[in-house]
Design a protein around this ligand. Structure first.
Ligand SMILES: [Zn+2]
Length: 107
Protein backbone atom coordinates (compact mmCIF):
# COMPACT_ATOMS: atom_id res chain seq x y z
CA UNK A 1 0.00 0.00 0.00
CA UNK A 2 1.21 3.47 -0.84
CA UNK A 3 0.07 6.76 0.57
CA UNK A 4 -1.65 9.17 -1.84
CA UNK A 5 0.87 11.65 -3.25
CA UNK A 6 3.80 9.36 -2.59
CA UNK A 7 6.67 9.80 -5.00
CA UNK A 8 7.96 6.45 -6.31
CA UNK A 9 11.60 7.61 -6.39
CA UNK A 10 11.68 9.46 -3.05
CA UNK A 11 15.15 9.05 -1.54
CA UNK A 12 13.75 8.97 1.98
CA UNK A 13 10.86 6.51 1.74
CA UNK A 14 11.37 4.80 -1.69
CA UNK A 15 7.76 5.46 -2.62
CA UNK A 16 6.02 4.43 0.59
CA UNK A 17 4.99 8.05 1.22
CA UNK A 18 6.50 10.67 3.55
CA UNK A 19 6.59 14.44 4.10
CA UNK A 20 9.50 14.81 1.64
CA UNK A 21 7.79 13.14 -1.32
CA UNK A 22 6.42 16.35 -2.87
CA UNK A 23 9.78 18.13 -2.55
CA UNK A 24 11.58 15.15 -4.06
CA UNK A 25 9.12 15.04 -6.96
CA UNK A 26 9.55 18.78 -7.66
CA UNK A 27 13.34 18.44 -7.66
CA UNK A 28 13.15 15.53 -10.11
CA UNK A 29 10.75 17.40 -12.41
CA UNK A 30 13.04 20.45 -12.40
CA UNK A 31 16.03 18.26 -13.35
CA UNK A 32 14.09 16.45 -16.09
CA UNK A 33 12.71 19.67 -17.58
CA UNK A 34 16.19 20.64 -18.81
CA UNK A 35 16.78 17.19 -20.32
CA UNK A 36 13.52 16.83 -22.22
CA UNK A 37 13.93 17.30 -25.97
CA UNK A 38 11.81 19.93 -27.67
CA UNK A 39 9.10 18.54 -29.98
CA UNK A 40 9.83 19.09 -33.66
CA UNK A 41 6.22 20.07 -34.32
CA UNK A 42 3.33 21.03 -32.09
CA UNK A 43 -0.14 21.93 -33.30
CA UNK A 44 -2.64 24.34 -31.81
CA UNK A 45 -6.03 22.79 -32.53
CA UNK A 46 -7.59 26.26 -32.73
CA UNK A 47 -5.22 27.25 -35.55
CA UNK A 48 -6.53 26.02 -38.93
CA UNK A 49 -3.07 26.27 -40.50
CA UNK A 50 -1.62 24.07 -37.75
CA UNK A 51 -4.35 21.51 -38.35
CA UNK A 52 -3.68 21.58 -42.10
CA UNK A 53 0.01 21.00 -41.36
CA UNK A 54 -0.93 18.07 -39.15
CA UNK A 55 -2.83 16.63 -42.12
CA UNK A 56 0.27 17.00 -44.31
CA UNK A 57 2.29 15.08 -41.70
CA UNK A 58 -0.15 12.35 -40.66
CA UNK A 59 -2.89 12.54 -43.28
CA UNK A 60 -3.82 9.68 -45.59
CA UNK A 61 -1.58 10.78 -48.46
CA UNK A 62 1.37 11.27 -46.11
CA UNK A 63 0.95 7.82 -44.56
CA UNK A 64 0.58 6.23 -48.02
CA UNK A 65 3.76 7.89 -49.30
CA UNK A 66 5.66 7.06 -46.11
CA UNK A 67 4.56 3.42 -46.38
CA UNK A 68 6.22 3.18 -49.77
CA UNK A 69 9.53 4.00 -48.08
CA UNK A 70 9.41 0.66 -46.23
CA UNK A 71 9.50 -0.20 -42.55
CA UNK A 72 12.64 1.77 -41.73
CA UNK A 73 11.89 4.64 -44.04
CA UNK A 74 8.41 5.17 -42.64
CA UNK A 75 9.43 6.82 -39.37
CA UNK A 76 12.16 8.83 -41.10
CA UNK A 77 9.70 10.06 -43.72
CA UNK A 78 7.14 11.14 -41.10
CA UNK A 79 9.85 12.77 -39.00
CA UNK A 80 11.12 14.76 -41.97
CA UNK A 81 7.60 15.94 -42.75
CA UNK A 82 7.09 17.02 -39.14
CA UNK A 83 10.43 18.85 -39.12
CA UNK A 84 9.57 20.73 -42.33
CA UNK A 85 6.14 21.71 -41.02
CA UNK A 86 7.78 22.81 -37.75
CA UNK A 87 10.12 25.13 -39.65
CA UNK A 88 7.27 26.55 -41.75
CA UNK A 89 5.21 27.07 -38.59
CA UNK A 90 8.10 28.84 -36.90
CA UNK A 91 8.43 31.22 -39.84
CA UNK A 92 4.68 31.79 -40.03
CA UNK A 93 4.17 32.47 -36.31
CA UNK A 94 7.39 34.13 -35.24
CA UNK A 95 8.92 35.90 -38.20
CA UNK A 96 6.99 39.06 -38.88
CA UNK A 97 7.66 40.84 -42.13
CA UNK A 98 7.48 44.60 -42.05
CA UNK A 99 6.08 46.36 -45.14
CA UNK A 100 9.58 47.73 -45.79
CA UNK A 101 10.80 44.13 -46.25
CA UNK A 102 8.74 43.74 -49.43
CA UNK A 103 10.59 43.80 -52.72
CA UNK A 104 10.83 47.20 -54.39
CA UNK A 105 8.23 46.32 -57.06
CA UNK A 106 5.51 45.61 -54.43
CA UNK A 107 5.80 48.91 -52.54
ZN1 LIG B 1 8.89 10.10 0.46
Amino acid sequence: MTIKGAYWNCRFCRGAGCISCSTQREKCEARMKDRMPEPIFTADRNDPEDMAALGRIFGGDAIREASEAGAFGFAENITQRAAMEGIKQLLRKHVIYEPSDKPECEK
